[in-house]
Write a protein that binds this ligand. Structure first.
Ligand code: ADP
Length: 393
């Protein structure tokens, strides 16, 4: 806004200078035209210059008189009117000041009337400042109007932005509360199912209880996904920096997904590294990261899924790799899958459910750990996600 105001002021100043310059030029042209016209009048004394090329004093006086004459006044007025100058003026004949290098404003040399270039006809405009201000008034008015419109737009935009932010914050809080409200009864259902399975006297697992357990697990996963969305929207999301072992995190994630893995008839292999893969990070969120990647590997596979998890040291830390034998991701989509709510068109057509939040959450969490995630994929062969975590130091 300040730049814009500065620019407008500069523009107004330049415009004023331009108007003054145009006015000066128009007056000069009007004056010269009038003097030219007068020089063609009979009785003009240009020809009366002496043999030595100087004007006699009587000749100069005659010219002075001529300038005050009503005939000249008429010529001058029509000339000024031609150049659209309608300001009151005074006429003055001055002797040229030899010390001045520049031509005085609103003046014209009287050489067409006199042989010597030592007399000037000058006009004095008393009200010229008011005239300039009047000319500038439209320009300044337009400037103020533009500035005012921009200011109003700015205020309007800011008002709506704040309003939108408020709505978004309310939505986030609503999601948070809603998911927490869903979480508690779900945990109770899961606990009760486990208790009932344990208390079964026959020692055979009830298929109905198995259905309740798998479905409530599925529901919990979706509820967690919505919670992740709320987590992602938090601008200053704080993460813990505990000393963790990536190996253990992957193991915990796989253990918590056993039912799902069995249901999909999948095989998940964790190839532990020879040394502990220690990083600094947030246990809760990183376990979710592994769960999301494994869940996708199970979901996006048309036959029995096979997931392999490996760990490699690299110069600045550890790399965790989650590889599957699924449907793969087309190269045109590789940049988009980390965007929030993005779901591949092919997965939207299938019965695979999802919100398109998982990978966006994974990326956000890895970014918060100052890490990096890379993707390698071949259609109908499989996908490999590589997560790089910096050194514990
Ligand atoms: P969701 O799984 O809920 O759709 P994600 O953010 O986890 O959301 O994944 C976004 C998209 O990336 C998915 O719709 C899917 O098309 C693609 N995708 C993710 N992981 C895999 C994978 N392992 N194999 C094939 N496609 C995948």
């Amino acid at each position: 806004m300040l730049l814009l105001i500065g620019f407008q002021l500069h523009w107004i100043k330049n415009s004023k200078l331009l108007i003054e310059e145009q006015f000066t030029n128009r007056v000069s042209m009007a004056l010269c035209t009038a003097v030219e016209k007068m020089s063609t009048e009979p009785g003009c004394c240009a020809a009366k210059a002496g043999a030595d090329g100087t004007d006699s004093p009587s000749c100069t006086n005659q010219v002075r008189k001529m300038m005050k004459d009503s005939a000249f006044d008429r010529v001058l007025r029509s000339s000024l009117a031609f150049y659209q100058i309608d300001l009151p003026y005074e006429v003055n004949v001055t002797t040229k000041d030899t010390t001045l290098t520049e031509i005085p404003p609103y003046s014209c040399s009287l050489t067409p009337l006199l042989a010597q270039d030592d007399h000037w006809l000058q006009l004095i405009f008393q009200g010229k400042q008011d005239y300039f201000n009047l000319k500038m008034q439209y320009m300044s008015g337009a400037s103020v109007l533009i500035l005012f419109s921009i200011c109003a737009l700015f205020v309007f935009a800011a008002y709506y932005l704040i309003k939108q932010q408020k709505i978004s914050e309310e939505n986030r809080q609503f999601f948070n509360h809603m998911t927490h409200e869903f979480s508690t009864p779900l945990t109770n259902i899961q606990l009760a199912t486990k208790m009932m399975q344990r208390k079964s006297t026959s020692g055979v697992r009830s298929p109905y209880l198995d259905i309740i357990e798998t479905q409530s697990n599925q529901l919990r996963y979706q509820v967690e996904n919505v919670l992740h969305l709320a987590t992602m929207e938090k601008e200053n999301l704080k993460i813990n920096k505990d000393l963790l072992d990536l190996n253990e995190l992957a193991r915990e994630a796989v253990d918590s997904m056993q039912l799902q893995i069995e249901e999909k008839k999948a095989s998940v292999y964790i190839h532990p590294a020879e040394q502990p893969c220690q990083i600094r990070g947030d246990k809760f969120h990183l376990r979710n990261v592994f769960r999301n990647l494994i869940d996708n590997a199970l979901k996006y596979c048309s036959h029995s899924p096979k997931v392999e998890i490996d760990f490699y040291p690299f110069d600045q830390g550890w790399c965790a790799q989650v590889k599957d034998n699924g449907i793969g991701i087309p190269s045109s989509e590789k940049d988009k899958i980390f965007n929030r709510f993005y779901r591949s068109p092919s997965s939207q057509e299938t019965t695979t459910r999802g919100f398109g939040i998982g990978l966006a959450y994974v990326k956000r969490i890895i970014d918060l750990h100052q890490g990096d995630i890379r993707l390698g994929s071949a259609l109908n062969t499989g996908t490999c996600f590589e997560m790089y975590f910096p050194n514990t130091k």
